[in-house]
Design a protein around this ligand. Structure first.
Ligand SMILES: [Zn+2]
Length: 507
């Protein structure tokens, strides 16, 4: 396998020189360590690094509620000076601090980075070791961001995720292992990180990021990586980064495409400069509902980790003025120039003109933005009990109706999900997005609304909308005295699996 040493003859000579220098450096530092070992007490093992960071011990966990329903600021424990010192060990020669200030272990581990001519080297590595990065989300994007940041020697990494590892995550969330299914993702990710690089500090935050705790947590880090999968968190993280003055390295991946950018860095625009408000349909785009090709978030995460290294070491041209659009099916990378900061229009980073000046303002703004900020968080407007049926009641009804009266079972998920699995063979797929143009078809299937219609989806969210649409349509069309039965199956397939059939596929 080719290594940097094998590339280019001119470069090789310079690199060889550096290698020789580093080898001499390692030998000299080893000598120093041996001398220190001899002069120190028996309990000192001469390796500051290992002494300060015993491994294999229980991970420090910033505890929150496991279901993420509450993540108050009191849950967060700030980094301490001891955390910083543990990765920025100073090597001394008599009374003089050596310029590299790297241990032999660090020189060996990071030697290929140290050999880089531009931006990195000893200075760059020291900056990385002294840095702290918060990664929000240990999913598909977070998996590769975290592994590369850890391998590169970011001194302190906080992994924030309140979710548990599911089997359906493993095709893309490669930081997690089969045996960790059911474990908190932040804890699982930190385990993998410690196995990869035990010389850095990694800390799981098993809490949900909220408007109450985001600012405190973000203020305590040098750079923030948004590897979340929902718009609500995207706005929350952006607003906290602007208020805390922290660079935000943001990535997203849906289906076969991905995006990458750096916000709020060197007077560049923030996320809201480009997207001032969450769009009403934003919640529909979550990878858990729309599917994603495994390597796509992985690649975006790798690129994000590079942007983090560039921001922390102030090297190269970061993506603060541009946005990368990646299309995996075409293998195309398109770079768009971002608009300049909208000095008067941005609701959060426009100084005096900003309408969001605190996290409370941010919370209020998101509350006011109508629509599903996230599929998981979206609560549809309540449906009257007469338009609802529980999974168990529908199950009972189904048994009877097989003998007696037929009904229409409407699956309003997208076709891709319907193809995966359906409640039964009679389920007819009409996705919510095309329901309105298919009203006549439903009328025909229900024989002029004389047969009952039951709607379902994955979690009983879209089906509520479908039930409303159908009832509204029929009310307009029909004689009000002749009211048909159109109901939502509460909780959808997830509730079905819990309440009726535990063997029903989970996706
Ligand atoms: Zn802005």
């Amino acid at each position: 396998m080719a290594t940097a040493d094998d590339d280019g003859r001119g470069v090789k000579t310079e690199q060889e020189t550096r290698v020789q220098e580093l080898e001499l450096e390692i030998a000299r530092l080893s000598e120093e360590n041996a001398a220190l070992k001899r002069s120190s007490s028996q309990t000192q093992n001469g390796d500051n690094h290992k002494k300060k960071r015993p491994r294999g011990e229980e991970l420090p966990v910033a505890k929150g509620t496991s279901n993420g329903s509450n993540g108050g600021s009191s849950c967060y424990q700030k980094w301490t000076p001891a955390d910083t010192n543990s990765t920025t060990t100073t090597t001394t020669n008599g009374n003089q601090t050596h310029k590299s200030s790297l241990t032999p272990n660090q020189i060996e581990r990071y030697s290929r980075q140290l050999l880089l001519q531009e931006g990195f080297g000893v200075e760059g590595q020291r900056k990385l070791l002294a840095s702290s990065v918060l990664v929000v989300g240990a999913g598909g994007i977070g998996s590769t961001v975290l592994l590369y940041l850890a391998a590169s020697g970011i001194g302190r990494i906080s992994v924030l995720d309140f979710d548990a590892v599911e089997r359906s995550n493993l095709h893309r969330q490669i930081i997690h292992k089969e045996q960790n299914v059911g474990m908190n993702k932040a804890v699982s990710a930190c385990q993998a990180i410690q196995n990869l690089n035990p010389s850095i500090t990694c800390r799981p935050l098993t809490i949900m990021l909220t408007h109450d705790n985001a600012l405190e947590i973000i203020q305590d880090h040098d750079a923030i990586v948004d590897a979340s999968d929902n718009p609500k968190t995207r706005y929350l993280v952006n607003d906290a980064c602007v208020l805390a003055g922290k660079p935000l390295i943001s990535g997203s991946a849906i289906g076969t495409e991905g995006q990458l950018s750096v916000y709020n860095w060197k007077n560049g625009p923030c996320y809201r400069c480009l997207y001032p408000k969450p769009s009403i349909t934003a919640g529909a785009k979550s990878c858990s509902d729309n599917g994603v090709l495994g390597p796509v978030p992985g690649l975006i995460g790798v690129l994000q980790s590079l942007e983090v290294l560039k921001v922390l070491t102030d090297t190269g041209n970061s993506m603060n003025e541009r946005m990368l659009m990646y299309d995996s099916l075409q293998c195309s990378f398109m770079t768009l120039k971002k608009p300049k900061k909208q000095s008067t229009a941005c609701p959060v980073c426009s100084g005096e003109n900003a309408t969001i000046k605190s996290m409370a303002d941010s919370a209020q703004d998101l509350q006011a933005a109508r629509g599903p900020a996230s599929c998981d968080m979206y609560t549809p407007a309540p449906l009257e009990p007469e338009y609802q049926i529980s999974c168990t009641d529908y199950h009972d009804l189904q048994q009877q109706r097989q003998q007696q009266q037929q009904h229409v079972l409407l699956d309003v998920r997208v076709k891709e999900q319907y193809d995966l699995c359906a409640l039964n063979d009679r389920a007819i797929n009409i996705p919510l997005a095309s329901l309105e143009e298919n009203m006549e078809r439903v009328a025909k299937l229900s024989e002029g609304w004389t047969k009952p219609v039951y709607c379902y989806c994955r979690r009983g969210v879209l089906s509520v909308e479908a039930t409303k649409l159908l009832n509204d349509y029929v009310t307009k069309q029909n004689d009000p005295s002749n009211k048909p039965t159109i109901k939502n199956i509460k909780g959808g397939l997830e509730a079905w699996r819990k309440q009726v059939d535990k063997s029903f596929p989970n996706y």
